[in-house]
Design a protein around this ligand. Sequence first.
Ligand code: SF4
Ligand code: ZN
Length: 444
Amino acid sequence: MAEEFPVEIGVVYEGERIRKQNMQVELGGTKVDYKAELVQCRPMDEIEDGKVIVKGKDLKDMEEGGRYPLVILVEVAGEQVERDLEAVIERRIHDFSNYIEGFMHVNQRYDIWCRVSKSSFRKGFNSFTFLGQALGKLFKAELPIIEKIQITILTEEEDVKPFVENARGIYEARDARARELSDDDVDEFYGCVLCQSFAPTHVCAITPDRISLCGAINWFDGRAAARVDPKGPNFKIEKGEFIDKEKFEYTGINKVVQEKSLGENQRFWLHTMFGFPHTSCGCFEAIAFYIPEVEGIGICHRNYRGETVIGVPFSTLATQTGGGKQLDGFLGIAIEYMRSPKFFITDGGWNRIVWIPKFIKEQVKDAIPEELYDKIATEEITTDVDELKQFLDEQDHPVKERWEAAVLEAEELEVVPVGEAFAGTRLILKNARIHADKVIIRRR
Ligand code: SF4
Ligand code: ZN
């Protein structure tokens, strides 16, 4: 591949970030309305192996510094290739495309965000055909069950928009299937370590009630992947003993967490963001954050551009949360997890949720208990924590029950200037709330 390919391809490029100054073009991302990646299985005779179709503006025709819609459609065929594998094959687009020098890929499904670097563009990476060819070869080399692969790249809004609308139905059907099953119905869970290239101590524990934090891999997907590619990033986790029924702690998960985090983490409590929560790599669709002043939990989606109710934007929360560390009070989650019957059940579930960006609140409306819907604040109600407290009080939000207990501990709040808090280890921020100028830490 090296001779005919204008740039290099290899694992070394995986962590490469392309900053704005070095960006030839941006594809997808928050400033572009329509973007998606999708894998579909096809009958053998329906696709042509190695074919790459580019419809719309190609890279060389795009304006320098411009932003464009993008679809990456990967069609695969093979005797062992089945529908169940589509989601996991799709998730591999993320790491394989990142192998390409000067190509950056972040997120998944309808949220993808890609950049091509100026330096790679100058070296000759000026057509999406190269992207398609590289993906095709990497997929076939790494997943031999794929016998044929055809790749289509779309860049015009008139093609991308209807594609995305249709793809949303496909993602929804995958999620809906997993909703039928509960953690108690199965004997084994699944794990994923695909993100260890970015976050070496991170491991995703995927159960029927807990979709992966990237939102791309559910229990069925983990199972399908572990079956066909047992040496790959997805593997079976024996449940082991269910040792804490409130914290949702399983010996099988703990064993895997210890092994795969190389001893960095010892245990996971599945459905809480406190104590020993799941770790977060960087692919989370949203971040849940503890708000000590109201004893509640706020949630911010990565596409929310303003400030959250604790005075910082998503990007600040993401720096704090990501990287595979176990962090009390900060947790990366998938939006689909908010639909889980075990959603933060240890912490009080929806009764603990106090603030969500409006578009997410609307998106998960059917999962929010009806009597709570109006009691949960959004950015339209407030982005100030004192006002939030007042709002929750007026609305008689169930989180108020926790306030009395919290008042008794009020003297345990410690205020630290922000520079000081960040100068130490990030773990100093356990149980903390970050303001623009100070950090409040609750000693619990
Ligand atoms: Fe796998 Fe988790 Fe990374 Fe998703 S976030 S790719 S499930 S390790
Ligand atoms: Zn990740």
